[in-house]
Design a protein around this ligand. Structure first.
Ligand SMILES: NC(=O)c1ccc[n+]([C@@H]2O[C@H](COP(=O)([O-])OP(=O)(O)OC[C@H]3O[C@@H](n4cnc5c(N)ncnc54)[C@H](OP(=O)(O)O)[C@@H]3O)[C@@H](O)[C@H]2O)c1
Length: 373
């Protein structure tokens, strides 16, 4: 896919293949390390010059500090960039301004959001992206690469599927950024897709038993990104996403439904953000290298026939760094298509197999997995 300058309508040579915005955040830094391990030299960006320099200078990486409100510097930087990997969330506050810069300058847009509202807002601008000749590819982290690839793979096994269920387990802890993003969504409740439309439902609206490979456990519905993306990847109109959570957490999610209006109040959010800022930046290296995630999926047709699959992979933030870097590399290589894409529509259901340590198999005929919990 050749990036073109919409203003000049002619192919352009980009001096900078990849820009990482939000590069000094917890996940941004993991992605920078992954790029360096591949021998890449991305340009780093973010709004705090000091924190940016502290990440870029030890590796002698080029860097440019600017806020997303600084349209002149944003555009001047993107003018020379083939693709941006946007890591500054909550994306509900940042994605639109970055996308607009990408549309103005003909730059491919990738991010690591998992926010349903953001996926839907970006999908709604697919025509603009096609006109600009750019790919808009959100969700290249753990949310949603493994589940999105599972969804498309199961649809290939069961083409008549009308229901999709996806579940995961194994997050060893969350980063400050993930917690801040969850706070912004607090009070919105859960979400499912029914007959093609996203519906708001109460937290932990549904529970069910899932076997990740060593016996049935309880999972509860949560508003994971696939409620938005799996519809674009598979066309399946009914989608529910679940996470394995402790029983007391599920009970609390149900018991505290009355508190949803409270969680939407700005002062309450401010207090929660204040508390999160005093927590560790994210899981430590030992947790990242030792942790594992497991994904289960089932695509069911109206006649009750189904395809069920499992996927085992690395810890969530390690997964995110590897998957996001892989997606950026493929974009720079010219894979994918202009317009809104999901990881699986851009690169196929096997994209996830390029993440080191990932194993995937159909439940009906599982080879013995190397990983045992
Ligand atoms: N899809 C996935 O699986 C996945 C995985 C990991 C993370 N994430 C998401 O990625 C985001 C970042 O996570 P993280 O762990 O890296 O968090 P983090 O350590 O808090 O870093 C957040 C980064 O975003 C920047 N930022 C935030 N708001 C900004 C704004 N309005 N303008 C410019 N920069 C802004 C921050 O800069 P300042 O410090 O200057 O504010 C910082 O560089 C979160 O939304 C998280 O939910 C998703």
């Amino acid at each position: 896919m050749a990036a073109t300058d919409p203003q000049q309508n002619a192919p352009r040579t980009r001096q900078t293949p990849l820009l990482i915005y939000g590069a000094y955040g917890y996940t941004g830094q993991l992605i920078v390390e992954e790029c360096l391990a591949r021998g890449w030299r991305p340009v780093l960006a973010g709004r705090d010059a000091g924190r940016l320099a502290a990440v870029a200078e030890p590796h002698n990486l080029p860097h440019v500090a600017f806020g997303l409100g600084d349209r002149a510097t944003l555009d001047a930087t993107l003018q020379h960039t083939t693709a941006v990997l946007h890591c500054a969330g909550p994306f509900i506050h940042t994605a639109q301004r970055m996308l607009e810069g990408c549309l103005r300058t003909g730059t491919h847009y990738l991010d690591i959001t998992g926010e349903i509202q953001v996926f839907e807002a970006l999908a709604g601008q697919s025509d603009l992206a096609e006109e600009a000749g750019i790919m808009v590819l959100p969700g290249v982290g753990f949310d949603v690469v493994p589940t999105d690839c599972m969804a498309q793979w199961l649809k290939q096994q069961q083409p008549r599927a009308t229901q999709l269920e996806l579940a995961f387990e194994g997050f060893g802890g969350v980063s400050q950024g993930t917690a801040h993003t969850a706070i912004e969504q607090a009070g919105d409740g859960g979400a499912v897709r029914r007959e093609g439309y996203i519906q708001r439902v109460p937290p932990a609206h549904q529970t069910r038993q899932v076997d990740f490979g060593d016996g049935a456990v309880t999972v509860a519905s949560i508003p994971w990104g696939d409620v938005a993306t799996a519809y674009y990847s598979t066309g399946i109109p009914n989608i529910t996403t679940y996470a394995r959570l402790p029983q007391q957490t599920i009970r609390a999610m149900k018991g505290l439904r009355w508190a949803a209006p409270l969680a939407r109040q700005r002062p309450v959010k401010r207090l929660l953000h204040w508390w999160v800022d005093r927590q560790p930046a994210g899981p430590d290296q030992e947790t990242r290298t030792g942790g594992r995630t497991r994904v289960w999926g089932c695509a069911t047709a109206d006649d009750g026939t189904f395809a069920e699959g499992l996927l085992y992979g690395p810890e969530g933030y390690a997964f995110t760094a590897a998957a996001a870097t892989e997606a950026a590399g493929r974009t720079l290589d010219g894979a994918g298509s202009p317009g809104f894409q999901t990881p699986a529509t851009a690169f196929g259901a096997d994209l996830v197999l390029s993440v080191p340590g990932v194993e995937r198999f159909l439940v009906s005929a599982p080879p013995k997995p190397a990983y045992q919990s």
